[in-house]
Design a protein around this ligand. Structure first.
Ligand SMILES: [Zn+2]
Length: 297
């Protein structure tokens, strides 16, 4: 998954007020995306963003005019990442703004994780430059990842929206099936699992039951936590569950949200997710395809 960047790049997000050195990465984002240099190393006919693109992120030494205001974000092994808080920077030679989701399938994976995680932090810093309670300009807290208002003492914590991914299964002897869904309104939507955001006042288990009922009209039982995954593209922390249909397996599709939803036997699960290295959804679908109920037992 996107956060699995290998033992050489262990994620360390302990807060620190470091200053960047020339070899440190200094990320910058605009509405056009992340400042990056992309080199095409694959087949000439490969799709944009397909494996075969190699991405570099800017280091402080790459900037001819250094960003005025930076803050330390995190380290991946020996690599330290900072964020330029300026609205504009002079892009280093060869670098341009690339959509972070477009970069999702490029290499190396630790820089993609850095770009995605940095983009979520950047949205949070930029979206809270003024206090939402009193309107005064805010400040960065000196000793923790918080934004504070000097006028009314309001504290803004990083924005992380919890959401669930849920594999609804039915296992009767050798007949092992899973519900896959496709979102409406997206021309290239892949088959996915039931998913949705947690509402205020709601435990994750109830989010699973509510989303499954809303999207496909099924009652579920035997919920089992699988794994969680930071998904910075949507400011989300995703929590993956397995569960089993309880009673009537007839699907009633929510057409406002989904284009289609249906049961797939293991042998019929589309292979379109087999190469998906990044997402928890892809990992769970592939795990069920290969293992059936042993995926969680
Ligand atoms: Zn305030």
């Amino acid at each position: 998954m996107i956060q699995e960047v290998g033992p050489g790049h262990v994620y360390d997000n302990r807060f620190s007020s470091l200053e960047p050195a020339d070899a440190d990465y200094v990320l910058h984002f605009t509405s056009d995306g992340c400042l990056a240099r992309v080199t095409h190393v694959g087949r000439a006919d490969a799709d944009a963003g397909d494996a075969g693109e190699e991405v570099e992120l800017p280091r402080l030494g790459d900037y001819t005019r250094r960003p005025g205001r930076t803050t330390y974000l995190f380290s991946l092994g020996e690599d330290r990442f900072f964020l330029a808080l300026d609205d504009r920077v002079a892009a280093p030679a060869g670098f341009s703004y690339e959509s972070v989701s477009w970069l999702r399938r490029a290499e190396p994976q630790h820089l993609l994780f850095a770009a995605a995680t940095g983009s979520q932090l950047d949205r949070w810093y930029r979206g809270n430059r003024f206090c939402g309670r009193c309107g005064a300009p805010t400040e960065l807290a000196p000793a923790s990842r918080e934004i504070v208002c000097p006028e009314c003492a309001h504290i803004v914590y990083p924005k992380i929206c919890p959401g669930i991914i849920c594999a609804v299964t039915s296992c009767d002897g050798n007949d092992e099936k899973i519900v896959l869904t496709r979102y409406a309104g997206r021309t290239t939507a892949l088959w996915a699992l039931v998913a949705g955001f947690t509402e205020i006042g709601e435990p994750l288990e109830d989010t699973v039951r509510r989303e499954v009922m809303e999207e496909v009209g099924l009652t579920v039982k035997n919920l089992r936590f699988y794994k969680s995954q930071p998904w910075s593209f949507t400011d989300t922390l995703l929590v993956g569950f397995w569960c089993e249909v309880d009673g009537d397996p007839t699907i009633a599709v929510d057409r406002t949200e989904l284009k289609e939803a249906r049961w797939f036997s293991r042998a019929d699960i589309p292979l379109e997710r087999t190469g998906d290295r990044a997402s928890l959804t892809g990992e769970m679908i592939e795990r069920f395809r290969l293992m059936g109920r042993a995926a969680w037992e």
